[in-house]
Design a protein around this ligand. Sequence first.
Ligand SMILES: *Cc1c(COP(=O)(O)O)cnc(C)c1O
Length: 380
Amino acid sequence: MEAIYLDHSATTPVDKRVIKEMLPFFDEKYGNPSSIHLFGREVKTAIEEAREKIAEVINAEPSEIFFTSGGTESDNLAITGTALSMKEKGDHIITSTAEHHAVLDTARFLQKNGFKVTYVPVNKYGIVELEDIKEALTPRTILISIMHINNEVGSINPISEIGEFARENNVLFHTDAVQSFGKEPIDVKKDNIDLLSLSSHKIYGPKGAGALYIKRGVSPEKIIHGGSQEGNRRGGTENVPGIIGLRKAAEICLEEMENERKYLNKLRDYFWEKLQENIPDIYLNGHPKIRLPGILNVSFPGTDSETVLISLDLKGIAASGGSACTSGSIEPSHVLKAMGVSPEIAQSAIRFSLGRENNKEQIDYTVKNLKEIIDYIRKI
Ligand SMILES: *Cc1c(COP(=O)(O)O)cnc(C)c1O
C-alpha cells in the first residue's frame, strides 16, 4: 500500500487543476503587476480576478481582500496592525487559550510592548463561550480575535454570536478562518466579521499564499513596509503564481463544498466507528457534532502519542500529535490543556485530518495497523 496521508490540517497536496492554472504565471505571464506595460497589466487583471473569487467565497467585496504570504502573516497584520492603529482608543485585546500560535505569539508580542491581553478559556469541547468574552470586555478593549475552527480538534466557535457582540460594543472582531475557509460556509457580512485570515495551502493550494479580509473602513497599520502594493496595506511584489493558485483552489472548494463535506463526514464517521469497534477504551477530543468534517482527534489512554506516531510512520501512515508546529516535541498540546482534559488523555492524543484523496481502503489499513500498535504498546 502506498503511503497514507492523514494530516491535511497541517497542509494539503496541491490539486493538479491548481498547478495547471499556476504554470503560465512562471514563464509566460511573468510581469510585475505594478508595471504599467502590457506584461504588468495582464497579470494585474489576473490578480483582480483572484480577489473577486476570494471575496465571493466569504461574501466580501473584492476591494476588501488583501493578499499576504499566508495565514501567519494575515494573523499578524490583523492583530498587530489593529493594535497599532487603535492605540489611542485602547490597549486591550481579547483572544482565547486555544488559538493557533500565529495568534497566541502575536498577542504575547503585543503584551511585551505594553498592550494587555485576556485569554478567555474554552470549554471541554474546545469551544469559546460568549459569556467569557462578555466578562473580559473592558472600556479599553479594541479587538476580539477568536478562531473560527480549531485546527487541533476541529471544534467550531460561535463566531456569529461573537461578531454580533463585538459590533454592539464597538470593538473590532478578527477570526482566524484558516481551517474553515473553503470548507465551511462563511459570510463576513452576516457574521459581523471585520478581519478574517485565510491560507492557500490548507485548501489544496500552494504554500506561501493567503489573504486577509479587511472590512471597508477598518485600517490596520501596515506591518510589512515597502511599496504601495495591495492598496498600500502590504509592501512587496505579489506572489503572483501563489495568488493564482489560491484563486483556483478557492474556486474548486466553492464548487465542491457540499459534496466534499458529505464525503468527509461519512469517511470520518466510518473511521470513528471502525476505531471503536476494534480498539477498546478510546476517547474523542472535541465536540461530537459542532465540528469540521475532516478532523478526528482521538486519545488512546495507556499510550503516548509520540510512540504511536512513530509506529504509524513506519507503516507509511502520516498523522500528527496536534498542530504541525508542536509535533516532534513532547509538550502536550496547549489546546487539549486549555480544554482541561487529563494528562493521560492529552499525552495520548492523535489528530487525523482527512482530505479529498483519502478513501475507505486507507482507513481500513490505518485502523488495522493502529489496532496492532495500540494493543502492543498497552501490553508492554
Ligand atoms: C495553518 C494555520 C495557520 C498558519 O497558516 P500558514 O499559511 O501556514 O502561515 C494559522 N492558523 C491556523 C488555524 C492554521 O491551521
